[in-house]
Design a binder for this molecule. Sequence first.
Ligand code: HEM
Ligand SMILES: *[C@@H]1O[C@H](CO)[C@@H](O)[C@H](O)[C@H]1NC(C)=O
Ligand SMILES: *[C@@H]1O[C@H](CO)[C@@H](O)[C@H](O)[C@H]1NC(C)=O
Length: 323
Amino acid sequence: MDSRIQFVLFVVTFATILSPTIAKLTPNYYDRICPKALPIINSIVKQAIIREPRMGASLLRLHFHDCFVNGCDGSVLLDDTPTFIGEKTAFPNINSIRGFEVVDQIKEAVTKACKRDVVSCADILAIAARDSVAILGGKQYWYQVLLGRRDSRFASRDAANTNLPPPFFNFSQLITNFKSHGLNLKDLVVLSGGHTIGFSKCTNFRDRIFNDTNIDTNFAANLQKTCPKIGGDDNLAPFDSTPNKVDTSYYKALLYKRGLLHSDQELFKGDGSQSDRLVQLYSKNSYAFAYDFGVSMIKMGNLKPLTGKKGEIRCNCRKVNQI
Ligand code: HEM
Ligand SMILES: *[C@@H]1O[C@H](CO)[C@@H](O)[C@H](O)[C@H]1NC(C)=O
Ligand SMILES: *[C@@H]1O[C@H](CO)[C@@H](O)[C@H](O)[C@H]1NC(C)=O
């Protein structure tokens, strides 16, 4: 055989073998197959936030909890059944993650508009997270979201328990956790800025407000009213003074030892570390925060997506397709 033809065959064979692993997410994935998808998702997210401002935070967190457990594959959305264990009952998720009804509403609307199931549940989470941030922060916080993920047919409660960082982790544990997902110190500091919106339950910050020393005393005393030593487990406190606004107040609070979770305050200890310096930067420069947040969200959104022929486009985000 002509050696040039042999070479071409070799390249084509290799490209075919490798293609599922090199299939990449793209910003314009739905432009041709369903141009209405993104505008529809944006308008449903907007409505949901008007109805309940906290929903933006809840949707952002869903994408994070999806991506950190075997990649951004929509696994977090699968319901438990008598024969299927999902991730919703894992410790970091149970009685805590929310927003599933909004995801259902989006899925139904895009399926209707596209006239078939083309938009994956994993992509819905990525788009809803981006839109929530841009709606609550303004256009400065908009970033281009990469698309083309497919949905998994599996979930793992064990992985949800071991791969999501708990609020009592110290700095080195947080770094190790993020590293295990291919994320670095800067990603940790800027993605923790997701806590610029939303709320936490008392059980997640009780130890901090009674036992931590790296905490403002007035701040701790005030929170102890919402979250006493005994009782009030589900009472909520905002992460910063503006829980419905994406802004830099989360970082400003850290400078004053007013981080809500132990893990939040671990990012700023006043010792001049690299993490301290990033917190200082983001506390006073919303452009740096907005830009770096977008970059790291795209990085997080790229965690092990299913592409090509892997996985499926689920018809109902709560259950795997019947085959
Ligand atoms: C760095 C490690 C992290 C830890 C230890 C952590 C832990 C927590 C905890 C304990 C809560 C409160 C849950 C509850 O009480 O129900 C929470 C809420 C939240 N987290 Fe994180 N988180 C981390 C990183 C992130 C990241 C990377 C994002 C997104 C980029 C994020 C976004 C959120 C949001 C928006 C909420 C509020 C949700 C709502 O109000 O419904 N978190 N997180
Ligand atoms: C962080 O926590 C781990 C596990 O409890 C511990 O071994 C380590 O010494 C802690 N690191 C610091 C700096 O406190
Ligand atoms: C605080 O630390 C003490 C002593 O280690 C422990 O018994 C207690 O459970 C911790 N948490 C609270 C909320 O006091």
